[in-house]
Ligand binder design. Structure first.
Ligand code: 9PG
Length: 543
């Protein structure tokens, strides 16, 4: 392939070049199946090109965030739906450099085709991404306003050739795991989460009711009960406790005394305009022109982003999470994490990525290594090595599909699709959270085949399994599906069909169920059904 690295035909050995006033020193090394580019940068490089190659007509695109897609796109595809998302929700949710996304495909961290993969192994300082420019696929590192007198390491880049794409992704994941020193948590949770039945209307009595059903009805082998939103007075005011709730200690005690680990949701880098946090500390927010810079809209409010590079903010994060931990929680779903990586003015000269990682480290330090930390709405690669679990897709929902858009959920189809396309991240970068199973048979628009498809896929993928239902609405058949999903876990899964038409084969090996092949048809195409005997929106165990 016609590849250029720093504008030149790649040759093993060392090189240097200047980017504006910055000085780059790099080395190109041979690795099995390809090349690796490492190096250092000194000065203020801003955004610069590392690699350029002809863009394939179609390739696998990845978004930087939990909620964003990994899916096949064509090189001249446009994403007009992003305009409304940028305007009404946030420009920063799907990229820290959002303008580029309106012009064409932007693939963060890696891009892969039938027989090649280009991928950055880390995002510690810079934001790595690929764009289509003319007919080329071009890899960039964005260092924002970073300046350094001493050389700092470049985010390493690998270029692989070979087939099939799932093998290239496996290799990429293994190298990224080593680069980020990821140690995978051996505890793969099974649990309950309140969000996808109760949403923002959760009352404490709902949690108590489900705790009692989980204990008394056989077929709910949960280890953790996670309260998801609704218990707090405002976004940012995590310790106060809404009326009707027994306070953090009372909540954790009620869950633990019934034999479960206590889990809780927070959005630690977010502050609502109405919160005490924001009113008391407007100077703690990422700003623009000296004033707090709005980050996103949520809960019908303007939400600001904490400047997590500040020592006082890090101390506050430490206090909040130490307090929640002391109350008895040891499973933490932390959400809307992209906020801390919003570009803007910060007190210290850190890139948005560095600031994000400092915030995440402050949370991790406060809760300790034995607590389970689940990232959500999170920049992916900057989180590697700091979280136990990661939500790797858009929110699921009690219905299959809405509009055909790459970026608009929530719906079960998009959530499940990412669990398949991002399977290579599981047990390499963290444990994948495919989002919750919904197994109730009433108060739901998902058909039986759709619910079962989701559950079996999550199981065969060996993913985290959280159910989110009013448990009184799950019948015997639903409990059997949950059991089947849990029994499918434990193997190592490879997913085939990533560049196809929404028909996937999950091959799991080495688990207690032995060799398992699960065919997953996410498409509505009747022809596929005829050819492969798997109905639309269904999963079939073929082995
Ligand atoms: C709790 C939820 C659940 C869920 C998370 C996250 O754009 N939005 O308005 C928007 C709302 C909710 C949301 C994501 C985006 O979901 O993914 O699992 O924890 O927060 O509020």
């Amino acid at each position: 392939m016609d590849i250029k690295i720093f504008g030149k035909k790649p040759a093993e050995g060392r090189g240097r070049c200047d980017v504006g006033k910055a000085r780059l020193e790099y080395g190109i090394e041979k690795i099995a199946g390809g090349l690796m580019v490492i190096g250092t940068v000194r000065g203020g490089p801003g955004r610069f090109e590392i690699v350029r190659m002809p863009a394939p007509r179609e390739f696998l695109l990845n978004n930087w965030q939990s909620w964003g897609p990994t899916q096949k796109v064509s090189r001249d595809q446009r994403f007009p739906e992003l305009e409304a998302i940028h305007r009404d929700y946030s420009p920063f949710v799907f990229s820290p450099v959002p303008d580029l996304m309106l012009r064409g495909p932007v693939s963060d961290y890696f891009a892969a085709g039938e027989s090649f993969l280009a991928g950055f192994l880390a995002s510690r300082v810079a934001h790595p991404f690929f764009v289509v420019e003319g007919g080329d696929l071009v890899g960039y590192l964005d260092y924002f306003d970073f300046r350094a007198d001493q050389p700092v390491a470049l985010e390493p880049l690998i270029l692989l050739e070979g087939t099939p794409v799932e093998s290239l992704l496996g290799r990429y994941a293994a190298l990224a795991q080593a680069e980020n020193r990821v140690v995978v948590n051996p505890w793969n949770p099974a649990g309950w989460c309140s969000w996808y039945h109760y949403f923002g209307k959760l009352e404490w009595a709902d949690v108590l009711k489900n705790l009692d059903i989980a204990r008394s009805v056989p077929g709910f082998p949960f280890e953790v009960f996670q309260v998801d939103d609704g218990y707090q007075t405002d976004i940012g005011d995590w310790l106060e406790g809404r009326a009707g709730y027994p306070g953090l200690s009372g909540m954790a005690e009620a869950i633990r005394s019934r034999g479960f680990r206590a889990g809780i949701w927070t959005a630690p880098f977010s502050a609502a305009e109405t919160s005490r946090l924001f009113r008391n500390h407007p100077d703690w927010m990422v700003s623009e022109g000296g004033r707090p810079k709005p980050c996103y809209r949520g809960w019908k409010k303007t939400i600001y982003a904490l400047d997590t590079g500040r020592a006082d903010v890090q101390a506050w994060l430490g206090e909040v999470f130490s307090a929640i931990k002391a109350a008895g929680f040891d499973y933490f779903k932390i959400d809307f994490l992209f906020a801390a990586a919003m570009p803007g003015e910060r007190a210290r000269p850190l890139t948005p990525i560095q600031a994000y990682r400092e915030g995440l480290k402050a949370v991790r330090e406060a809760i300790g290594p034995s607590s389970f930390l689940l990232g959500c709405g999170a920049p992916l690669l900057p989180s590697a090595g700091l979280v136990d679990g990661m939500r790797i897709g858009e929110d699921t929902a009690p219905y299959w599909k809405t509009k055909p858009s790459a970026f608009q959920g929530p719906n079960a189809y998009f959530a499940l699709k990412n669990a398949l396309t991002r399977s290579f991240m599981h047990k390499t970068l963290w444990l994948n959270d495919p989002d919750c199973l919904l197994l109730r048979s009433s108060q739901i628009e998902l058909a039986e085949n759709e619910r079962t498809c989701y559950a079996l896929a999550a199981g065969a993928l060996d993913n985290m399994i959280l159910d989110s239902d009013d448990l009184s609405l799950i019948d015997k058949a639903g409990r059997a599906v949950l059991e089947q999903a849990l029994n499918l876990r434990g193997g190592r899964a490879v997913v085939r069909g990533l560049l196809g038409d929404d028909f996937y084969l999950v091959e799991s090996r080495g688990g207690p169920a032995g060799a398992v092949d699960l065919a997953v048809n996410l498409s509505d195409d009747r022809r596929l059904y005829k050819e492969r005997a798997v109905p639309p929106r269904s999963a079939v165990l073929v082995r």
